[in-house]
Design a protein around this ligand. Structure first.
Ligand code: F0G
Length: 461
């Protein structure tokens, strides 16, 4: 297991520009939370003290990236920043062809439309909200083939993102390989708690899928964080660089969708990367319809430059160690205080186990949604529900999915908050935990049709 004994190391950067935060009172937060329908997505960011809603697009860029922004080549076609990005994707991720998109779901949309036919099945290591929705909108059905350990918050398996090869092969045999356009592999697995998949497992998935002529499409959103876990947890990778690990990892896949708003330290951007020329050709055609010309995909030249430079920084060991080290710092302190969190500690976030935290609130009263609201009330720290609200409804039966994992995510933007911010957050969660018995659940009073967690509204019971 990962050694958590910590010789204090500080962040490998210092702060050049600051962004003031507004301090609010509990009374004020009570009022704005009610106005926001007890949904942290509907709060105004101004009213948030420490924003742990997401690590997506919330990163602090470096001086090197900001300098690159000034070198934006804002040509409609053939921007030099596109070529820099293409070069770096080829060099670090190893894919041949690049189609930029405005963010991750833009790439998911394209690949789903190209590869999925009505009636297809897409197995994957746990669903992600936007990924699954695009697969469904293209006529496919997502099938979860992650190992069982991933659904158990207390299980200490070091690679809870692994695919269960038996489940995968059973599905292939049941529906036939021609009904499976690709396996959707995420690294790390967001909904499982930021848990990594091992190199050995991905290699086995490659061997199995090759036998049946099935592709693997990687969700590379946090693949650099995944590479770090391989380095520190997997036999044989201790002395390999993050760069070497990432390159080898991607080599077992046929393409990748990317939300650059995470690993790549930018505020906006994404891409679809491919090895197959024909699929690339189709993606290059479609991107023009939905995103923009194939050399900008809905982005400004400066955004592509920031992404290209972000790759160079994200791959740096000192960066990634400090990034995940911060998450581990918070997680370990919460474990020490007996707060129920998903184990082992994941890459981008700490996930509170709301079923254990609020055992008196049944899942249909949205315990994770409730807990996120209570944490905001206590301290102005904003977190996110990842449970029954996020899981949505079964498209056939119309029932709620009742996911085993009912979690609140404390997601850490990269290079943004200090250890003191972390301490304030930890203290607030401990406080809410001590007063948990008096917390009541919620009732949903407005439910959007797609990705309901973003805009749903609630009332206190
Ligand atoms: N895949 C994963 C694993 C993600 O975490 C996300 C976004 C996406 C794809 C979609 O990318 O937002 O750029 O369109 N996750 C964010 C989050 C929203 O907060 O976890 P996008």
């Amino acid at each position: 297991m990962h050694n958590l004994k910590r010789r204090s190391w500080a962040e490998p950067f210092k702060i050049k520009m600051v962004e003031p935060l507004k301090m609010t009172t509990r009374e004020y937060r009570e009022k704005v939370l009610k106005e926001a329908g007890y949904n942290t997505f509907l709060l105004k960011s101004e009213d948030v003290y420490i924003d742990l809603l997401t690590d997506s697009g919330t990163n602090a860029m470096s001086e090197y990236q900001w300098a690159g922004m000034m070198l934006g080549d804002e040509a409609y076609a053939g921007s030099k920043n596109f070529y820099h990005l293409e070069h770096n994707v080829q060099k670090y991720y190893g894919y041949k062809y690049l189609v930029p998109t405005h963010q991750g779901r833009g790439a998911e949309h394209l690949i789903s439309k190209i590869l999925i036919k009505k009636g297809d099945y897409i197995p994957g290591n746990m669903y992600f909200t936007t990924t699954r929705l695009h697969q469904e909108l293209a006529g496919g059905t997502f099938i979860d083939v992650i190992i069982d350990e991933a659904h158990d918050p207390q299980n200490e398996h070091p690679f809870k993102g692994n695919i269960d090869l038996q489940k995968l092969e059973d599905l292939i045999k049941k529906v036939g390989p021609q009904k499976i356009p690709y396996v959707s592999v995420a690294a790390t697995v967001n909904m499982a708690g930021g848990q990594p998949i091992s190199m050995a497992n991905l290699k086995q998935v490659r061997e199995l899928t090759s036998k049946y002529g099935i592709k693997i499409i990687l969700d590379a959103t946090r693949a650099i964080e995944n590479a770090y876990f391989i380095k520190i947890r997997e036999e044989g990778y201790k002395d390999k660089s993050i760069e070497e690990i990432l390159y080898e990892f991607c080599s077992y896949t046929d393409g990748a969708t990317m939300s650059a708003k995470k690993d790549l330290l930018v505020n906006i951007g994404g891409f679809l990367a491919l090895n197959d020329y024909d699929i690339f050709e189709e993606a290059r055609n479609l991107v023009v319809v939905y995103e923009g010309l194939h050399t900008y995909g809905g982005l400004a030249g400066r955004d592509m430059e920031a992404m290209a430079r972000g790759i160079e920084e994200a791959i740096n060991y000192d960066h990634i160690r400090a990034r995940i080290g911060q998450v581990e710092y918070v997680g370990q302190k919460l474990i020490d205080a007996n707060i129920p969190i998903v184990r082992p500690i994941g890459g981008h976030a700490i996930f509170l186990d709301a079923k254990k935290f609020l055992p008196h609130i049944p899942q249909i009263q949205f315990p994770a949604q409730t807990l996120a609201a209570e944490i905001y009330l206590d301290s102005g720290v904003r977190t996110m529900e990842r449970g029954i609200v996020s899981a949505g409804r079964n498209k056939e039966t119309g029932d709620h999915y009742y996911p085993k994992l009912e979690l609140v995510r404390l997601t850490f933007p990269r290079r943004v908050y200090t250890q003191a911010h972390c301490d304030v957050t930890i203290e607030s969660i401990i406080e809410v935990f001590e007063n948990r018995d008096s917390i009541r659940g919620l009732k949903m009073i407005y439910e959007p049709k797609y990705l309901r967690f973003f805009q749903a509204r609630f009332e206190r019971l």
